[in-house]
Write a protein that binds this ligand. Structure first.
Ligand code: ADE
Length: 414
């Protein structure tokens, strides 16, 4: 029995899902194929993904392929309640609503696990971790999992290294057609989208501090720069810092950037990025947002300690008036701003991410894999790229026989 906020929102959610499906042509092609061949016949699939219109298109694709699905969210603030209602109305087991407490969040993860999934699909790996830590009785039945995000994969690789990973997991994030697009263009656009929907501040002429210059940080920095901001990057990785510098951004420590920034965006995937000592230096009016998976990048407790008065001044904007009268604006409680204050990445980019998820689920179901973190096979990645180009009407050159031979040989020199 599903648990969602309001079944009355189902028809609004259905419209959104239809809109997403119309902008996800690759996934819809895969759905047609799944409909014919039923590759997931009888598979029980448990999801912990952001419950968005794009995720709904993925869920319905796996159902078309013969799967039975139970789903919860992967962040307490990212569920789109209308979409959750629309899925529940179609008979999907949904346990998700926006604004879950921590306890409710984990209760919902457990409710999905009560369905005894044979495949887990995660964004942040909370289903996998809960199975390994608390629900080990389920391990025997699980064929494998798929993980969507960088953060989840970092933790899964740590588990693999410690021999603690008990079932195979496909690293969907590591597919080129995922991270080169979703992380870069998706996070780049949706993060700015979230900040704009929450605040409607002007980006032109502002100092935008981007913490982290991985695929996501580069996307955010590029978009902010395109809107006329002066981008400052903070990094711990020397190569990425060098790249940021050569991309034309100022690079410095957060200690230094704290006093300069007008808008701060954390996108590192790590913890403790903007701390109380940084809030101590910020200009009055600074806007602070996180686009990393977990809400541990910004020290919200430290901010509370120096706050005199706290007020929700707009949707997803908390105004902190500090003891010294400066005002700091924290967005979406420090949770991922692109999903909490906007709708997450655009459907067109999730099209590729979720095409990989659909094909990876099929792969896990059809192959008996070792309990390791597995790369998405190159054929899947290339197929997704080709299908996307096709749907965009883009034709590309093909290698000639001579070119292929040249690339495959070592004899030819100058
Ligand atoms: N992650 C980022 N954007 C998303 C979206 N639109 N749907 C699901 N997961 C996401």
């Amino acid at each position: 029995m599903s648990q969602v906020k309001d079944m009355g929102l189902a028809s609004q959610g259905r419209n959104k899902i239809e809109w997403a499906a119309d902008h996800m042509p690759v996934l819809m092609k895969i759905r047609d194929e799944f409909q014919q061949t039923k590759p997931l016949n009888g598979a029980k699939v448990g999801f912990a993904l952001h419950v968005t219109k794009e995720t709904a298109v993925l869920v319905e694709t796996l159902i078309a392929g013969g799967a039975e699905v139970a789903i919860t969210g992967c962040n307490p603030l990212s569920t789109q309640d209308d979409v959750a209602a629309a899925l529940a109305k179609e008979g999907v087991d949904v346990y998700a609503w926006r604004g879950e407490t921590n306890q409710e969040y984990y209760d919902n993860i457990n409710k999905v696990l009560d369905h005894k999934p044979q495949i887990t699909i995660d964004d942040g790996a909370d289903l996998i971790f809960t199975v390994h830590k608390k629900r080990t009785e389920l391990l025997d039945e699980i064929m494998g999992g798929c993980e969507e995000t960088t953060t989840g994969i970092i933790r899964l690789r740590a588990m693999e290294k410690d021999n603690a990973l008990k079932y195979p997991v496909m690293a969907t994030n590591d597919a080129d057609t995922k991270h080169m697009f979703d992380n870069h263009y998706g996070t780049g656009q949706s993060t700015i989208d979230g900040i704009l929907r929450a605040t409607s501040v002007l980006f032109a002429g502002k100092n935008v501090v981007v913490a982290g210059y991985g695929w996501c940080g580069r996307g955010v920095a590029a978009r902010a720069e395109g809107m006329g901001s002066n981008v400052i990057v903070t990094e711990v990785d020397p190569t990425l810092a060098l790249r940021a510098a050569m991309d034309g951004h100022r690079v410095m420590s957060m200690d230094e950037a704290a006093a300069l920034g007008d808008i701060f965006i954390t996108v590192t995937g790590d913890r403790d990025i903007i701390m109380r000592k940084h809030f101590d230096k910020m200009k009055s009016g600074a806007v602070v947002a996180n686009a990393g998976h977990f809400n541990i990048e910004i020290d919200t407790e430290g901010l509370d300690e120096i706050t005199k008065e706290k007020k929700d001044i707009r949707d997803n904007v908390t105004q902190h008036t500090l003891m010294d009268e400066r005002k700091i604006y924290l967005l979406a409680e420090g949770r991922l701003v692109n999903l909490a204050a906007a709708e997450g990445h655009p459907s067109e980019v999730m099209d590729m991410s979720f095409a990989n998820q659909a094909l990876a689920s099929k792969y896990v179901w059809e192959n008996k894999l070792e309990a390791q973190v597995h790369r998405i096979p190159k054929e899947i990645d290339e197929r997704v790229a080709k299908m996307k180009l096709d749907t965009m009407g883009v034709e590309i050159d093909k290698l000639t026989d001579a070119q292929r031979k040249y690339l495959e040989s070592w004899e030819e020199g100058t």
